[in-house]
Design a protein around this ligand. Sequence first.
Ligand SMILES: [Mg+2]
Length: 406
Amino acid sequence: MGSKPSSTAKVSPLSPSEKRGAQNINPEKQWINPQYHDDKRTKIKRPHEVENEMCNPPMMIAREVMNRVHGSMIGMALGDTLGASVEFRPRKYLLKNPVTDLQSGGTWGLQKGQFTDDTSMALCLASSLVTKSSFVAYDQLVRYKLWYRHGYMSSTGECFDIGKATRNALEEFERRQQKFAKEHNISLDEIDHIDDPRLLKNFNTNCGGKQEAGNGALMRLAPVPLFFHRDPEKAVHYSGESCGTTHGHEKAYDACRYYGALIVAALHGESKEALMSPEFYDKHRHWFGKKPLHDDVEAVAKGSYRKKEGYDDGIRGKGYIVTTLEAALWAFWADENSFEKGALLAVNLGDDTDTTATIYGQLAGAFYGYNALPKKWIHQIYARRFIEYLSKWIVYEGDSFSKSKS
Ligand SMILES: [Mg+2]
């Protein structure tokens, strides 16, 4: 999902609290937070520019879990970059010019391996989970805002594409921040850094419009189920909550809950047959709490994506959440156990190519694992070391969170 931003990025100087914040953060994780080349914040450091500052978490990470978490994160970035050069191209174009490999140029003029808004937002979400060691929707929104305004976690250093619903939500968030600052006598320099839970309880972080049923939250979902996978009920609950910051429609919320459950099940080593079973939802019903899935999402969970002829049977890679969910699952169902084949199937549906493939990549990467991803592609991913370290920290902090709650 994405379109060109309508307004020029606003730049403001680094505030005293931000300087202080940068000094206060655990030095092991400092590279996760925004860093700039200058005090006026005109040039943000891109992910690859902080790779030399990164370090491993202070504990060994279980190899099998890491293989799946890393696989999901890299699988997501791979799908994104594979589809980026042909984003918005219709199926007709892709039939004549099928994508068969990573390529540069096209829609955004990116270099081979660079990713778009999908992965940038997922990296914002992951960085928040790791920094806060928990789910803090306010901090997630602050990071999305930093991406929108300053290019945080962007592969180019700028937010060059953003979906309409996401842009509206982030601008609504900024308006709410200004109002909140006034009401609670907080300076605008401090407003991004409030972390008192009693204060944050009064801030409504559901900034997404109730009618927003696009795929913009599902495309960035993976870090949430990866972080909370040890507690499936929490993982499914927060998968839904992570949607509401920018997309308020029940279908978008439930698509994220269902897909979050699939990613958790993949991490737990469930078979592909179990993941694709029309009974998956019934068998895991206890993960979903009291609220059932919306009928349209449940129809997908019951197997509406099982269409042998794919596009000719009605599978579409378009922006509507139910259509996208169906398309990504169709690619997983039809990929003959090959990530390369599935990612290309998703892209070559046309339309919202990068997002369909990004969503496919989150689940397929978790299921097949990092070691099974195409080697010829993974070495070309932009900032792949950054994503590797971040994946380790997702496992480490997710594990710490789970232990602290048990
Ligand atoms: Mg995109």
